[in-house]
Design a protein around this ligand. Sequence first.
Ligand SMILES: [Zn+2]
Length: 436
Amino acid sequence: MLDLLIHNATLPDGRNHMSVAVQGGRITEVTQGFTPEAATASEVVDAGGMLLSSPFVDAHFHMDATLSLGLPRLNQSGTLLEGIALWGELKPHLTFEALVDRALAYCDWAVANGLLAIRSHVDTSDPSMLAVEALLAVKKKVAPYIDLQLVAFPQDGVLRNGGDGTRGVPGGFDNLKKALSLGVDVVGGIPHFERTMADGAASVKLLCELAAEQGKLVDMHCDESDDPLSRHVETLAFETNRLGLHGRVTGSHLTSMHSMDNYYVSKLLPLMAEAQLSVVSNPLINISLQGRHDTYPKRRGMTRVPEIMAAGMTVAFGQDCCMDPWYSMGSGDMLEVASMGLHVAQMTSQPAMQQCFDAVTKNPARILHLEGYGLEKGCHADLVLLQAQNPIEAIRLKATRLKVWRRGALVAQTPARTAALSLPDRPVSTSFLHTK
Ligand SMILES: [Zn+2]
């Protein structure tokens, strides 16, 4: 007997009248026209033709800063640099309990939104490892319902923050290594925040060598500025090739690529593709933080998503921030993230809009190296039923998550969005779905 049978569902690839059977937390069958009469199941759900997807995945987040908006004050300039300064002001006041409480509250929102896997950076600059210990505790606590992957993120730099680990001074590099030894999964970095271009490049080399040595994945904040000469992604790709880290390295943000010379980019893209770099763009944050030094015209400051995809690389859209020193908005809704990415990158063709949905589902799953993700026999029964008929409509409506399952168990549900109407000669309600 099955644990769960969902029938009459549409899948993201367009197949409809599909049934998904679940047993022991795994998908045991995905077939067309499989009816409830054909099998017995403890729970049978009629999807009503709506979209059934694998869960959303966020490849870039900061769970140590989330929901801290206004502590100790608000960001007045709206810039990345004031956000970093503000986070520095907040850090001495952080407590283990408050960090855990805020992170768990965000995870509640995530689950309600069908977001069941998150890669979060955690600031390793503080030698006390307070934020690291807190997020490791959160990772353990949420493991039954969220895959939380942690990146050792040296917010204050590895070289500018008190030495490079060879000078006998506990510095940014030592603190990062300590975080890895405590159980943090991925090597981070922030080369554009080091004092000079040369130090930035040196930090990329140092961190990639560490990852190679320890067999870790890499995900660096890289070139998060409007400076067309910020080219650390070139070093990241070069080091990835040199150390044989192909498919294991991610460049996050890469906003300077928006402003780079086109000839240089024509040379850069093949180098990045050769290294099989993955890219995470964070549309909500990039459109808010970049271009702040411009008058008009004001640059969008998001990296070249369609061009990077066309070069064969895996690109994801990340949330990055939610109600923190950098960004006052957000709710863990990856469809809002996809919608912003679609608009800023002008990805408006039908295939491009479909790619925007992939950028918050299967692409980030690949970047996180998630095991058992997908809508195939044998995959984990992690599923989201959306009040939309296809992925494009899901993005357009930021569709209601009707039901969210984790390992075949229902973990969240939301009533369908329907407005009652009182209009002459018109239907009594609408749910915003497009009927042809
Ligand atoms: Zn970030």
